[in-house]
Design a protein around this ligand. Structure first.
Ligand code: GLN
Length: 534
């Protein structure tokens, strides 16, 4: 029997940032809970080949996959909701598609032809979607098209989706449109006009939505549903409300309560089998009932856009829920510490524990180091991630080992004490895109250390990486004699995890354990850190 794949395209209207990613992930979870194998693809219509070269302020966090992809943060939502690992292929961009098409043209694959957006680019898009679906053995493939309908950049992708609908058959492809329904503060009225326009725009492109998910601060009233149903040519039951919620993890439950599975099941001819959402519902209940507060200091330089660190925030939430704690995040911009608008003592007096966040480059570095010193001396629980670890090492070298001007060569290439230095395999690297040390790589743990205990006595663990610099092993013996030991090593022999004896929890990791944290399966390092703040 030939396996038939089903495709659900998720588009957005009115404005971006509506939570299409969470909607897509929620639909995926509901289908998975009905016994189907599901994968999810994010399409980003920008010309960058991947998200790796973008500033977090432009784009939010760069989510790293097992196979070393530097992807959009929605891939993180999919992994957390679906509980699976995705590949770098699951994030398609205009840059990737054009790169392939242009390489094929140069090779001569289209000899004799004029290479055009239709059919060559759209064919490439369809082929990539179908190949991913097949390769990942998906019964259902959710394809989220980033941006909003009407953007010039997204047109080839919408056209490819329209063609796929024709080619695969009407019972194998469906369209979900996520729109904003604003509520006027003066009259309290829900306004559907912007959503109506965006549905019309979608139809002009040749796509009739099968389902509307309306984001609003409140549940849609009857009148708003009636209008969207009339203008969208859809039955009222296909207009779903997605009101503001306390946690994104509630969204699958809210959509399920409105019968979304019946609509999908009817449209795609997918019978709902042995539906079981209980483990997820239990997690959400626990999340909402967690009431004991803990205050987590978040020290970084992209703190004005919270999405810059979304996987870390989620990893803290997963771990905290596990202990029935309710985390409150206190954000400290490291340049504010450096320029003395924030006193490190204020941080010490306010937080139960702090995370030194990942990052790149010089800005704010001295502020982070000032905060690290104060936290270490006050013996607060501290977790350093990637650049966070590297700066914990720099601080220790300067203030405990007395190595004045010690630094990472990333920040000061001529430091007399390069306690953090460029990885040797990075020495000849010129191109910046996709060339860091990336993806899941082994860390060999040292028996008898806290890290060894945190990971449950495993000898080797795999965590995801994204870095060019490393802790310099030449200085390790000096660190170790002063109590800061390496509890994990890379295959190349550089320290991957450092921990300070004597403090209850003072640990930095070169890897990013946040990328593997799942609601039902918190990352061990985060779990241990949260436990230390209790
Ligand atoms: N900038 C540091 C490096 O390249 C740390 C990177 C990070 O925090 N992800 O090694």
């Amino acid at each position: 029997m030939v396996r038939v794949s089903k495709y659900i395209f998720v588009t957005g209207g009115v404005l971006s940032g509506l939570g299409k990613g969470v909607t897509s992930a929620s639909i995926g979870l509901l289908l998975k809970s009905s016994g189907y194998s599901v994968t999810a693809i994010k399409i980003d219509p920008y010309v960058n080949v991947d998200a790796g070269t973008m500033n977090p302020y432009m784009h939010g966090e760069v989510f790293v996959t097992e196979d070393g992809g530097e992807t959009d943060l929605d891939i993180g939502h999919y992994e957390r909701f679906l509980g699976i690992n995705l590949s770098k292929r699951n994030n398609i961009t205009t840059g990737k598609i054009y790169l392939t098409v242009i390489q094929k043209e140069r090779k001569g694959d289209y000899l004799g032809q004029t290479v055009q957006i239709i059919p060559h680019v759209t064919d490439e898009i369809k082929q990539e979607i179908k190949e991913i679906s097949l390769e990942q053995g998906a019964d259902v493939t959710i394809v989220e098209i980033g941006g909003t309908v009407g953007d010039i950049e997204s047109l080839p992708f919408l056209e490819a989706a329209r063609q796929l609908f024709l080619e695969e058959g009407t019972e194998n492809v469906m369209f979900v449109h996520v729109v904003l329904v604003p509520k006027l503060s003066v009259t309290g009225e829900l306004k559907t006009k912007p959503a109506q326009h965006s549905i019309q725009e979608l139809r002009r492109i040749g796509i009739q939505p099968d389902l509307i998910v309306a984001r609003a601060t409140v549940p849609l009233d009857r009148e708003a549903k009636r209008k969207l149903s009339l203008h969208g040519s859809l039955p009222e039951e296909a207009i779903l409300s997605n009101p503001d919620v306390r946690t994104v993890y509630e969204v699958p439950i809210i959509l399920n309560n409105q019968g979304i599975l019946n609509i999908i099941s009817r449209k795609l001819n997918l019978p709902v089998r042995n539906f079981d959402l209980t483990p997820w519902e239990d997690f959400v209940k626990k999340f909402l009932n967690s009431s004991r507060p803990i205050k987590i200091g978040m020290i970084g330089k992209y703190t004005k856009l919270r999405d810059s660190y979304i996987s870390i925030v989620e990893a803290v939430r997963h771990a905290a829920t596990h202990h029935l704690l309710k985390p409150e995040f206190l954000w400290y911009e490291s340049t504010d510490i450096e320029e003395e608008r924030i006193n490190p003592d204020e941080i010490i007096n306010s937080v139960d524990g702090a995370i030194i966040l990942p990052g790149f480059g010089k800005r704010g570095v001295e502020g982070k180091i000032m905060a690290i010193r104060a936290l270490r001396e006050a013996k607060k629980p501290v977790l350093g991630i990637c650049f966070g670890l590297q700066l914990m090492v720099v601080e220790f070298a300067r203030n405990v080992l007395g190595l004045r001007d010690a630094h990472s060569t990333e920040v000061n290439p001529s430091t007399p004490h390069p306690v953090v230095d460029l990885l040797s395999m990075q020495k000849g690297v010129v191109f910046k895109g996709g060339t860091m040390r990336l993806g899941a790589l082994p860390i060999k743990l040292v028996r008898g250390t806290k890290a060894y205990e945190i990971y449950g006595g495993r000898e080797t663990v795999f965590e995801r990486h994204r870095h060019r610099y490393q802790v310099n092993p030449k200085y390790l013996s000096r660190f170790e004699s002063a109590g800061m030991i390496s509890s994990g090593f890379s295959p190349e022999g550089f320290p991957e995890i450092m921990e300070l004896k004597g403090n209850s929890f003072y640990l930095g990791t070169q890897a990013h354990p946040e990328f593997k944290s799942r609601p039902l399966n918190p990352a061990p390092i985060f779990e241990a850190f949260i436990r230390a703040t209790m």
